[in-house]
Write a protein that binds this ligand. Sequence first.
Ligand code: PLP
Length: 389
Amino acid sequence: MKLAERIARLEIESAFDVLVKARALEAAGRSVVHLEIGEPDFPTPPHIVEAAKQALDQGWTRYGPTQGLPELREAIAAYISRTRNISVSARNVCVVPGAKPILFFSMLALIEPGDEVVYPDPGFPIYRSMIQYLGAKPVPVPLIETRGFSFDLDILRDKLSSRTRLLILNSPQNPTGGVIPELDLREIAALVRDRDLMVLSDEIYSRIYYTAEAPYSIAALPGMLEKTILLDGFSKTYAMTGWRLGYGVMPEWLVEGVNKLMVNSNSCATSFTQRAALAALTGPQTAVDQMVEQFRRRRDVFCQALNTIPGFRCVPPSGAFYAFANVEQTGMPSKDLANLLLERAGVACLNGGSFGEHGEGYIRFSFANSLQNLQAAAERIRAAQKETK
Ligand code: PLP
């Protein structure tokens, strides 16, 4: 037997590969600062953990409704309606194990072989992986550093065709930390409003931003709610990556497709984690605010330090917890530099090229690590840079 051909079209996330390499170095006695993996280093807030424990004691250990617990879907609908200034109901909400299945299921439900999917490059590697898996055509659109890592809207316009079925947006963005300005979203909405396509708006970092205003959602623009799949979840906002709980908000006709895929794969998301998620949404939000404040301090300190290292240039990101440093001036391909930083300096980070061809020349550092470790990492990078001279 051999693997089905479609499996060869799936890609992996290099963050997990680099983590394995870094752990092997540690096992051999080396010290490594982990700036590769994209997860908050904070614990899940205690009241959420407590709610999960209580739910277990109360017997939330059985199958639940495929679409998610009604009380959680109500809370999500209220939260999304409030934060995105739109009006959605529990009927529009699908609760799934992590946000990734929303990508997987909504694309499975919408895309036919030969369709075109437009997506940001550099971007979350799973986008291209899923597009290829479905036999669709990946149409990357470069993100422009001088535009705060947003699209050049003329390029975006050129990339849309009569075969485009899906446009993926991600704001705040992984790996660049870019936030798409409201004005750009208005122009993007004008470009797609009359087209026969859907927009997948990946808003998993919606609460992690350093701008005065919260990031804007394209779903709030006239005519866009019925064309948008809004993806969000608990992983990043509430430091719950390992709990695996996310959701999508979408038109009801698409909910039907996602529900079918859920029945065929997971049956439902875990019941007691959904009860904990309800506590996350309805309980105190101070832990989220404190986490974002810490990220902001780390961002300022780390980006400033990177900007003093010869060959490194880093525009402080507007959101998420990634510093996407331009390293072209080092004269090294970013893949070689990322390897060198891990092997020689003990700083685990990701080659920008692993996020798409337009990520070449950049390195992604996650600043979800302590200020002390980030300062140590910057000094290690500086020392490694000197040695290569
Ligand atoms: N979308 C983006 C842009 C991400 O960076 C991630 C996680 O890294 C996800 C979606 C998936 O989130 P989850 O861990 O909830 O599946």
